[in-house]
Design a protein around this ligand. Structure first.
Ligand code: PLP
Length: 226
């Protein structure tokens, strides 16, 4: 192994040793080659996050001997790729509209699967990002609760760029609070077990606020070169 490879394993070890037990580390491998994903696998990673379907399917094919990987889709999902996403990903974190949720629910029924999903919510307005605003999400809950082919695991959020740490923490805290509020409403299909939040720049804050799924790219694999 080269020094670079060693240092990836070291980074992975170091980060994992700091994580509470409840936190699952997802290595965001978008733009990262299959060989590098293999190295992360060798260092113990079993969860990988991808944001583009064609790129990911190509790598999944190259890595199909690694049968215990769980693939997480974390990007904006276009409706014409929804079927492939359901067929190839164990989790979809970025379900960002009622229309997409309903489409996935129908597809899951016809494919006889039950994908784990998160509902992507925008706590602060962010024109750069997809997702429900809080009032929209609360409004759509009764319909989402009836999407019973979806295994709805919790909420996902992404902090907008340019917030300081207090503001970022506050945003994650509000996401956790929203999940609690939904949990207390006793829906039959809306489980609020997981909070998918925290990226390389802000994951310690997300963990402090209750994250259970963190999505780290740069800090594991280095700067991306798209
Ligand atoms: C790219 C991406 C990440 C990882 O970002 P890093 O800053 O490289 O850790 C996490 N979540 C989503 C939704 C992403 O698109």
């Amino acid at each position: 192994m080269t020094d670079l490879e060693n240092s990836m394993a070291d980074r992975i070890d170091r980060i994992r040793s700091t994580l509470p037990d409840r936190v699952r580390l997802i290595a965001v491998s978008k733009t990262v080659s299959s060989d590098r994903i293999r190295e992360a696998y060798a260092a113990g990673i079993r969860d990988f996050g991808e944001s583009r379907i064609p790129e990911s399917l190509h790598k999944q094919e190259e890595l199909k001997d690694l049968t215990d990987i769980t693939w997480h889709f974390i990007g904006h999902l276009q409706s014409n790729k929804a079927k492939k996403a359901i067929a190839s990903f164990g989790w979809i974190h970025s379900v960002d509209s009622l229309k997409l949720a309903q489409q996935l629910n129908e597809l899951a029924q016809s494919l006889e699967t039950k994908p784990k999903i998160c509902l992507q919510v925008k706590i602060a307005p962010d024109p750069q990002k997809f997702g429900w605003s809080v009032p929209e999400l609360l409004h759509d809950l009764p319909i989402l609760d009836r999407c019973d082919r979806l295994d709805i695991q919790g909420l996902m959020s992404i902090a907008p760029l340019g917030l300081n740490s207090e503001e970022t923490y506050e945003l994650f805290r509000q996401t956790a609070e929203l999940a609690d509020k939904i949990k207390q409403q006793d829906w039959s299909n809306l489980q609020m077990r997981h909070l998918s939040m925290g990226m390389s720049a802000d994951y310690p804050l997300a963990i402090q606020a209750g994250a259970t799924l963190i999505r780290l790219g740069t800090t594991l694999f280095g700067q991306r070169h798209p």
